[in-house]
Design a protein around this ligand. Structure first.
Ligand code: FDA
Ligand code: NAD
Length: 433
């Protein structure tokens, strides 16, 4: 059986892997020491898949969005890895991992040995078939995680020109994909069980703005119910979505975004787990010697909130990867690095809207600014206040300076005398900090 051996192996070739490779190179990794093993193509900025990748104009395509362009860095094309002597082992799925013998086995029987392993396998989507929804394996029901998924969706958008789509789920995928489909002139209905969209972050007030905005764009929003079945035509293509409340929606395309789960099953029983992810310390070391976990799979100490958390966003994927590699290289040189001290940062873009959120969405909330749908600008936001301190800030349509200011507030956690102060001062409160 073919066997290859490396000093360092990154398992998974997504966002974290790309940023880890850049950091390895910065820290002077030698040719032949590092390999990335991935089912996909060379590491790219995954957020593009639910945005410009789907646009009819100004479309993003590889190699345009390989890492590290998403954070304003140099684009790492496959040639870059070659120049650095970093081996990209692509279109290769690892099906077994044995930490005791430091061995990975691929689906085609290749064996990879490592001295240090970085687990960067990311997440996979939850599927309606997992919940036994009738007819959920019909053609033209799509999920979006990898570039192949996006390509299939692009084909369907072309094939079903001016058709009807039902988007199942009101989270990140639901909101970004509904907008992308609408921009492609598809008639869109969104369906989700909660009383408002993006409930894991949005307050009812924030959600009301986006729901109104989407409705004005012609997107139909159906809340408080779920898809319980699908009917198909003679070709096995989806034709209708049956809802729990008895309604039926016509559909040429269905896009499902009902959440994800971290890909950690290869390591079950071999590393400690916590909150659905692989437990790490603030250097992203797991409970196993010489094994690190970064990005979506890591449950790490969030110092700021004195709590173990897992984060499924790109900013953390980038930063955790850099932290792990700095630690690996410093340890070899007998040096130390400071522990990870992460400030949560999430963002999304759809239509001409763009929001950012920093910090923690717990405690009381204060809405500020102009959330009038009829206004030309939509600069509004929300502060979250816990124990008299501002701990989280959301801002729609902020300038780079304003976004910097809200990030600072979330980090500094200034005290406030009363919620009225925040209501009256609005964004200028953040600008003063
Ligand atoms: P990531 O998923 O990027 O990479 C994991 C890689 O490992 C994949 O290439 C996978 O194929 C591979 N892999 C897994 N198991 C394997 C195995 N057994 N063998 C070989 N390879 C294997 N976040 C944000 O902050 N803003 C945003 O706008 C968006 N937008 C967005 C859009 C879409 C469509 C998705 C799916 C996700 C986002 N995100 C986001 C989330 C963000 O992209 C995500 O948190 C990071 O990509 C996580 O980086 P990782 O490196 O952990 O996993
Ligand atoms: P999510 O957790 O954001 O949203 C899941 C949504 O599914 C819930 O809000 C709920 O409305 C809905 N839901 C749950 N069960 C349902 C059911 N049976 N029927 C209908 N709706 C149901 O997850 P997602 O939108 O699928 O995103 C997947 C992953 O991709 C996440 O890790 C997310 O962070 C990432 N992502 C992030 C961004 C971003 O940060 N801008 C963009 C796209 C994707």
């Amino acid at each position: 059986m073919a066997e290859k051996s490396f000093k360092y192996v990154i398992l998974g070739g997504g966002v974290s892997a790309g940023y880890a490779a850049r950091e390895f190179a910065k820290q002077g990794v030698k040719p032949g020491e590092l390999a990335i093993i991935s089912k996909e193509v060379a590491p790219y900025e995954r957020p593009a898949l639910s945005k410009a990748y789907l646009f009819p104009e100004g479309t993003a395509r590889l190699p345009g969005f390989h890492v590290c362009v998403g954070s304003g860095g140099e684009r790492l094309l496959p040639e870059w890895y070659k120049e650095k002597g970093i081996e990209l082992i692509l279109s290769t799925e690892i099906v077994r991992a044995d930490i005791a013998s430091k061995t990975l086995l691929s689906a085609t029987g290749l064996i990879f040995k490592y001295q240090i392993l970085v687990i960067a396998t990311g997440s996979t989507v939850l599927r309606l078939t997992d919940f036994g929804v009738e007819g959920a394996d019909a053609k033209n029901i799509f999920y979006l995680r990898e570039i192949d998924d996006a390509d299939k969706l692009v084909e369907a958008i072309k094939a079903k020109k001016n058709g009807k789509a039902v988007v199942v789920g009101g989270g990140y995928i639901g909101l970004e994909l509904s907008a992308a489909l609408k921009i492609n002139n598809i008639d869109v209905s969104m369906v989700y069980p909660e009383p408002w969209c993006m409930p894991r972050l949005f307050t009812a007030d924030i959600a009301a703005f986006y729901e109104g905005y989407y409705a004005n764009k012609g997107i139909k929003i159906i809340k408080g119910t779920v898809a319980v079945g699908f009917t198909t035509n003679a070709d096995g293509e989806v034709k209708e979505v049956k809802l729990k409340d008895g309604r039926t929606l016509e559909a040429d395309i269905v896009v499902v975004g009902v959440g994800g789960r971290p890909l950690i099953s290869l390591f079950k029983g071999q590393v400690a787990e916590n909150k659905g992810g692989i437990e790490t310390d603030d250097f992203f070391k797991t409970s196993a010697d010489d094994v690190y976990a970064v990005g979506d799979v890591a449950t790490f100490p969030m110092k700021l909130y004195r709590e173990m958390r897992r984060v499924e966003h790109v900013d953390h994927a980038r930063k955790s990867a850099e932290q792990a590699v700095k630690t690996i290289m410093a340890t070899e040189g007998g040096k130390t690095v400071t522990g990870y001290d992460y400030l949560p940062y999430f963002y999304s873009r759809a239509f001409d809207l763009s929001w950012q959120f920093y910090g923690d969405n717990v405690g009381d909330t204060v809405l500020f600014g102009d959330n009038d749908l009829a206004s030309a600008t939509h600069k509004f936001g929300t502060y979250w206040i816990k124990d008299g301190k501002v701990v989280g800030v959301f801002l729609e349509s902020g300038t780079p300076e304003e976004n910097k200011a809200i990030a600072k507030v979330a980090r500094v956690q200034p005290s406030v005398e009363s919620l009225d102060v925040l209501k009256n001062e609005g964004l200028s409160f953040a600008s003063k900090i």
